[in-house]
Ligand binder design. Structure first.
Ligand code: LRH
Ligand code: MN
Ligand code: MN
Length: 386
């Protein structure tokens, strides 16, 4: 038997970070579809994020991406967020959109380009100081397209050197989260292609370096929950970039393509003691054809639903079935939790918090979409696409 009150209490502590870029116009390399009412500035992105938090009560922080969210005064931006009941979350660096980075950034063969990339990463830490952000999220587009193009080992050495410089600069309460991705934009060899490479670097760097698991960054069929279990066991799981994929790095709404996978991941988080603020639950998504704010609300709800199911797993029953070697009983315990309709429990929980049980409906009733469509002309692009 699981204690439903304890499950609810745990769910009330869950915070899901939304990414500033999810609020802007986005698309593929074929077309960016613009939408009415899309934010024109980082402040307007925060206004939208405040709506997601207002209706879910579960999205109190917003990740920034530099330079997409470049402002003159980051402390002022942090105050603006606070006035709306938000805090600024992870700072995401960008070492992939300058011409200089054609052959890479921190792994580039030219030391001058590497210095430029490291200077950007250090600037991101300065921004964290101003915003009060804990995490620096690093994703490198570095890699090679052709065998022989560059020395794979030398590139690892350059990466290690850059990461060490950044790690050294971090304050006592700051962390760096290293993201891996198995391909794209490089197609022959990616410099941080998998959790093992990210883990090896983080292990050498020290305690402030952790691995971040972007759920869209794996080959089809990869057992992501195994990676999660392993990283948690080693104390090296920094957090998640949640999204879902049918093919590759699709950045679709988390829990849309494979809610069962999301449940399995969340179960390993709960099982491994990762349901703490040490593990950041972040979204890394873009909403190309669907309305953005309701899609982000939906995504937050999808994470909550998967978490609720993971918390509902009868772990005592599971452990005894496992100890008895009862394969079918053990599987049934897990499936019982997954098959539970947790929507009434979550609606009840929201009502206990003074929220509407149905955040998407409440958002639609709020009139925010019509208001912003009338007021905002010429919404900003998220940073992706043509
Ligand atoms: C590229 C990527 C990565 C980063 C984000 C900013 O793959 O999606 O996941 O976190 O851009
Ligand atoms: Mn990501
Ligand atoms: Mn990605």
């Amino acid at each position: 038997m699981t204690d439903v009150a304890a499950v609810k209490a745990a769910l009330k502590t869950q915070a899901i970070e939304t990414p500033s870029w999810a609020y802007g116009n986005s698309g593929t390399r074929f077309k960016v579809f613009t939408q009415p009412g899309v934010p024109r500035s980082p402040r307007e992105k925060l206004d939208d994020a405040a709506k997601v938090h207002e209706f879910t009560g579960a999205a109190p922080t917003v990740a920034l991406h530099i330079p997409w969210d470049r402002v003159d005064d980051y402390a002022a931006l942090a105050r603006y967020a606070e006035e709306r009941g938000l805090r600024l979350g992870a700072i995401n660096s960008n070492t992939f959109q300058d011409d200089d980075y054609r052959l890479g950034s921190v792994c580039h063969p030219d030391a001058a380009v590497r210095r430029k990339a490291v200077a950007h990463l250090l600037e991101c830490v300065d921004i964290m100081d101003a915003t009060g952000s804990r995490d620096l999220k690093l994703w490198f587009a570095d890699g090679t397209n052709y065998p022989g193009q560059d020395d794979i080992r030398a590139r690892q050495d350059r990466l290690a050197e850059a990461l060490a410089t950044v790690h050294e600069r971090l304050g006592d309460d700051q962390r760096m989260l290293l993201e891996y991705k198995f391909f794209e934009p490089a197609f022959y060899a990616t410099d941080v292609p998998d959790w093992g490479t990210a883990y090896a670097h983080c292990l050498k760097l020290g305690d402030k370096a952790r691995v971040v698991v972007d759920t869209g960054h794996h080959a089809p069929g990869t057992n992501i929950e195994f990676i999660v279990a392993t990283l948690l066991r080693e104390g090296k799981l920094g957090g998640f970039d949640f999204n879902s994929r049918f093919y590759a790095d699709d950045d679709l709404m988390v829990g849309a393509a494979d809610p069962f996978q999301l449940f399995r991941i969340m179960y390993e988080v709960v099982r491994g003691g990762g349901f703490t603020p040490d593990v950041a639950f972040m979204l890394d998504q873009c909403h190309n054809i669907e309305a953005k704010i309701p899609a982000i609300i939906r995504s937050v709800m999808n994470v909550q639903e998967a978490t609720a199911k993971a918390l509902l797993v009868d772990r005592a029953a599971l452990a005894s079935a496992q100890a008895a070697g009862d394969v079918l009983a053990a599987n049934a315990v897990l499936m019982d939790a997954y098959d539970t309709d947790v929507r009434p429990l979550l609606a009840e929980l929201r009502e206990e918090q003074g929220l509407d049980g149905d955040p998407v409906a409440a958002y639609h009733r709020s009139g925010w979409a019509a208001k912003t469509a009338g007021e905002r002309v010429g919404g900003a692009q998220a940073g992706w696409g043509a």
